[in-house]
Design a protein around this ligand. Structure first.
Ligand SMILES: *Cc1c(COP(=O)(O)O)cnc(C)c1O
Ligand code: SF4
Length: 456
């Protein structure tokens, strides 16, 4: 299907929606809920709920997502609507009640902000030891805006990339968007990034992430990328850019003023022998249906860069095998390489989105069984936990005990990678910390070493 989705009821549909014509980027936040025409069909109570939830969780949506990706005949169940629009159930009853009370009283914006800050503290804003365990040092100084958790790969969070073209309601990076400096991990310091990379020849991959680095102007991005072509940087072979722009704003690669400059930058890196890959965040095949998304993918691939896809498994959005199989098949057709299926992280609105590990694995397996080998490159379901990325390989029975078979895809200690280990089967468990070792063992093989790392 090459046409944009048909939304007979969507007032904004028309020339420019999902087509290749250039269009302005118009974005709405919690202050602008009332100017989104499509929401006028909601009841007063529903719009109140949305305002309450959006004052705690990040909310931001643009006209392309509203007009071309959401099927307004199918709300609230539409997966893209769930992906971007806050829902009552995303907050616990208690959290909701406290914030709703302030709104009913007509509290000041300051009071609402203060309560929001308090409530967010209870939502595990930095899961998996992001702040304390992953921040590296250089010349005895901590380097904020960098994470170096796995030997080969450095993550860089450029300060000007700490936002996205829209926000996902389940975002695990949400602490970075809410303006609280203490919760922010970001850096504007290109020189310190490059010093660090020069001093670390074991690093083969740089992953520029966010937020979304594609919100940055090409000129700004070039400040980070160009020095990677200088002598002394040859070891940084793979340059990855984490982005959801192919979903939220594919115009970034097609009609934005510096779209061509961005593609020329990719070409230059490729010509210099680097592997350039766009790590595209996708949740649903519906994100891949518009002409503009197809054109963006085509143009990126024409530069010699690859596109790999990753995204979490989410209740209310994509918790069934058929949608994953269709997503992966569609990606392979368009030349996008399926890479990771993640387990929803233990942060933010997780209780709304989480899927038990046992069910996650069943969905993964059933999806895999529907696709050819070219789409079976997606590993998972994988938990990005404190000790590493842990994949659920399967459920089986060993000597009468039902177990999960697990392995590290990435480990804080590289020696943990690819070692199978076993947990007691638990139908309800949704995260690694809820699993117990199988066969009556007292702890998993990596735990003592991980504890020692944490107390260092
Ligand atoms: C996933 C991840 C990486 C990259 O891991 P790959 O398996 O190489 O894709 C790097 N750093 C962190 C912190 C990660 O979570
Ligand atoms: S694209 Fe990524 S960083 Fe941005 S809101 Fe979604 S999950 Fe968060």
């Amino acid at each position: 299907m090459l046409q944009a989705r048909n939304h007979p009821s969507s007032p904004r549909r028309g020339a420019g929606d999902g087509t290749l014509a250039k269009r302005p980027f118009r974005v709405h936040t919690v202050q602008h809920l009332d100017r989104i025409d499509e929401l006028q069909g909601l009841s007063e109570a529903e719009r109140f709920d949305m305002r309450v939830v959006a004052s705690v969780l990040p909310f931001r949506v643009n006209d392309y997502v509203i007009g071309s990706l959401i099927d307004w005949d199918n709300i609230p169940n539409d997966p893209i609507y769930q992906l971007v629009f806050p829902q009552r159930g995303m907050l616990s009853d208690e959290t909701y009640a406290r914030m709703a009370q302030l709104h009913r009283e007509g509290a000041s914006p300051e009071a609402i902000r203060a309560l929001a800050a308090e409530l967010r503290e209870g939502l595990n804003p930095h899961p998996a030891g992001q702040l304390d365990l992953n921040t590296p040092e250089h010349d005895g100084e901590p380097l904020p805006g960098l994470q170096h958790k796995y030997r080969e790969t450095v993550l860089f969070f450029p300060a000007s990339g700490q936002t996205c073209h829209s926000y996902c309601t389940f975002c695990f990076r949400w602490a970075q968007f809410i303006g609280d400096k203490a919760l922010r991990i970001a850096s504007s310091d290109a020189a310190r990034l490059h010093d660090y990379l020069r001093a670390h020849p074991e690093v083969s991959d740089l992953l520029i992430t966010g937020g979304d680095p594609m919100v940055m102007k090409t000129r700004k991005l070039a400040e980070y990328l160009e020095p990677l072509l200088e002598p002394g940087m040859e070891h940084v072979q793979s340059l990855r850019m984490g982005t959801k722009a192919l979903t939220f704003w594919p115009y970034r690669f097609v009609t934005d003023d510096d779209a061509d400059a961005l593609l020329r930058q990719f070409e230059k890196l490729v010509a210099a022998g680097r592997h350039v890959t766009v790590m595209a965040h996708f949740n649903h095949w519906r994100e891949l249906e518009t002409d503009i998304a197809h054109e963006a993918i085509r143009r990126i691939r024409a530069t010699g860069a690859e596109i790999r896809s990753q995204g979490p498994l989410l209740r209310h959005i994509n918790d069934n095998a058929d949608d994953w199989a269709r997503l992966w098949r569609e990606q392979v057709r368009l030349g996008v390489i399926p890479y990771y299926m993640f387990v929803e992280r233990d942060t933010g609105a997780r209780h709304y989105f989480e899927v038990p590990l046992a069910r996650a694995w069943t969905i993964y397996r059933d999806a895999m069984q529907q696709v050819s080998g070219l789409a079976r490159t997606a590993r998972g379901p994988s938990m990005s936990a404190g000790p590493g990325k842990v994949e659920i390989q399967g459920v089986t029975e060993i000597h009468g005990e039902k177990v999960f078979v697990l392995r590290f895809l990435q480990g804080r200690n590289p020696d943990w990678v690819q070692r199978p280990f076993f947990a007691r089967y638990d139908e309800q468990a949704t995260w690694l910390d809820q699993l117990k070792p199988a066969f009556g063992e007292s702890e998993f093989f990596f735990e003592a070493e991980y504890r020692a790392m944490q107390s260092r």
